[in-house]
Design a protein around this ligand. Sequence first.
Ligand SMILES: Nc1nc2c(CCNCC3CCCC3)c3[nH]c(NCCc4ccccc4)nc3cc2c(=O)[nH]1
Ligand SMILES: [Zn+2]
Length: 373
Amino acid sequence: MSDRFSFRLSATSGKARTGVISTPRGQIRTPAFMPVGTAATVKAMLPDSVAATGADILLGNTYHLMLRPTAERIARLGGLHRFMNWDKPILTDSGGFQVMSLAELRKLTEEGVTFRSHVDGSKHMLSPERSMEIQKLLGSDIVMCFDECPALPADRDRIAESMRLSMRWAERSKAAFGDRPGHALFGIQQGGLERDFREESAEALKAIGFDGYAVGGLAVGEGQEAMFGCLDFAPDMLPVDKPRYLMGVGKPDDIVGAVARGIDMMDCVLPSRSGRTGQAFTRRGVVNIKNARHADDPRPLDADCTCPACRGYSRAYLHHVFRAGEIISSMLLTWHNLHYYQELMAGMRAAIAEDRFAGFEAAFHAQRAEGDI
Ligand SMILES: Nc1nc2c(CCNCC3CCCC3)c3[nH]c(NCCc4ccccc4)nc3cc2c(=O)[nH]1
Ligand SMILES: [Zn+2]
């Protein structure tokens, strides 16, 4: 364990990179996939189970935890790691994105955003200063700047105005974050799909100075082709020696394409959320377990998978417990999906270390049938 936050790149293969982020609470192997633990739990998983899938770090969220049980209560109880019994690193998002997508009666000003809770309608405020205070109360190891993420499509004026607000908020976030050895603050690049605005945002963030840099403002409806088009240039504008975090991504093929373009960290609710809706990701594509064709199938989801669902259960059983609405259905499919995502990351890390990422990417696509399998 180190007492500082640091990032060491160990190999590259094309634009793909592999390395290690060191934090006082443990190391994070990159490229890394970060499971989402929105309300202080990765739904349907015990923390030890999340660690068993290979996750080195998980995500918490300012927005959800400030509403319930509140950051002050979590701080009184020893912080988020103690509260949720996870002693490895935690990254918390700053809350702005969730306010704009979840809260009601939102009012956005230069100061910040006021809104009503989607839980009980109570009034709340978030600003760069309040977001930093909440993330400090939670005790997260990697803190995200308070930013504004515009919904796409949006016209260039709207994108520029929103990006410039986020850069002013990044300045205020850095000032409010202060000096917290062993804790990291990440800036978030905005600018939509516009190369000039992405450049302006990257320059603004580098002038302020951060421990890591996120590519924000993507996976908001632009589609994979447009996202990859932006990732063909946006990450390269960020410092080469700091972690690059693509927020909210994604499907397995999104993740492989993002790593191919120089991304080191990603998060997404997809593997856990789709597990609860009966979707299982496998190397050959997606299995919708509720489909009647699985009712008598004695085979596992994926014969090559070593997760508890694939080692112990048939598709017929998973089909049954899903249809019956049994709790074990969410447990097994979530575990399988998180395990599959971590196996994908481990495979990419090894391929990059051996400078054969292009071959890995080709084999990944060759194995996958489109649609349901
Ligand atoms: N601060 C900030 N956060 C963003 C997020 C949230 C990332 N996950 C946070 C976790 C913390 C708690 C909740 C999530 C994003 N998520 C997405 N797309 C998700 C798309 C998606 C939605 C649903 C299912 C699958 C994919 N784009 C994002 C852009 C930004 C951004 O610019 N700024
Ligand atoms: Zn499995």
